[in-house]
Design a protein around this ligand. Structure first.
Ligand SMILES: NC(=O)C1=CN([C@@H]2O[C@H](COP(=O)(O)OP(=O)(O)OC[C@H]3O[C@@H](n4cnc5c(N)ncnc54)[C@H](OP(=O)(O)O)[C@@H]3O)[C@@H](O)[C@H]2O)[C@@H](O)CC1
Ligand SMILES: [K+]
Length: 226
């Protein structure tokens, strides 16, 4: 995917920023077309929680947040990482979102959740990590993804590109390693359990193998003109 994206950008046919906009729009369109999270017509102000990470997957998340807001959703955005070190295209979309609403640090999520009623969100958008995940999810994600798994957080969940926590190459939920001397076992892995995953250009091995099928839900492949 990186080679295909780089070739498209290097050819001058499209910019990385345009690809990010197409990716985010593809996800927002699936949400709208499938009426994700909005189970009936009496819920005109659906509420979405968008969890963004420190790379371009997070950038896609800021695009989705902006488009859902424009389409009438109430949107809360949390970021894992420092806004000032986002890659350039993700930073542009962070800044565009910031005109519309706040970006909360993910570390403040448990406190933010505390006064909320059960099932506070209609939809969770997982934009934490995509194909760039290189190690197990940080502990900051534990509250959000365990509340999601227990059904207390959101009616529905859509993952952008791949559920965060899954290795896109193998479909394995990345787990902290066991102690080589056998003093402690590998900790349980943490990943986002999605109802639907929107990926781009082609399915990745991780959607189809290992833990992938249990975490991805329905996989939708969207053409972004690569
Ligand atoms: N390129 C394009 O044109 C397009 C790309 N698109 C989108 O971009 C996604 C790929 O983006 P990406 O390459 O930036 O990777 P992404 O998954 O966002 O994360 C990388 C960041 O996470 C960090 N990190 C990793 N693991 C970590 C951990 N456990 N805990 C903490 N940090 C961790 C890692 O840091 P590092 O490993 O360097 O320390 C780095 O900062 C792709 O899936 C698709 O959604 C679309 O917009 C279409 C156009
Ligand atoms: K994701």
């Amino acid at each position: 995917m990186r080679a295909v994206e780089q070739a498209a950008i290097a050819s001058g046919r499209v910019t990385g920023l345009e690809l990010m906009e197409r990716a985010g729009r593809a996800v927002a369109d699936v949400i709208t077309e499938r009426r994700l999270g909005t189970s009936n017509d009496t819920n005109p102000t659906a509420r979405a929680l968008v969890i963004c990470g420190p790379g371009n997957n997070g950038g896609d998340g800021f695009v989705v947040a902006r488009l859902l807001h424009i389409r009438g959703w109430q949107v809360d955005v949390f970021l894992y990482g420092d806004p000032d070190t986002l890659p350039p295209d993700a930073k542009v979309n962070h800044d565009l979102w910031s005109v519309l609403g706040p970006v909360h640090p993910l570390a403040s999520f448990p406190a933010f959740c505390e006064p909320l009623a059960p099932l506070p969100f209609d939809l969770l958008v997982d934009a934490a990590f995509g194909i760039g995940l290189t190690r197990p999810l940080p502990q900051e994600f534990r509250t959000v993804f365990t509340h999601l798994s227990s059904g207390e957080l959101a009616r529905s969940c859509v993952a952008i590109d791949i559920p965060s926590g899954l290795c896109a190459d193998t479909g394995t939920v990345l787990r902290p390693a066991a102690d080589p001397a056998g003093r402690w076992p590998a900790a349980e892995g943490l990943a986002c359990k999605a109802d639907l995953t929107v990926t781009f250009h082609t399915a990745k091995p991780g959607h189809l193998t290992g833990d992938g099928p249990r975490y991805c839900g329905t996989v939708i492949v969207k053409d972004i003109g690569l």
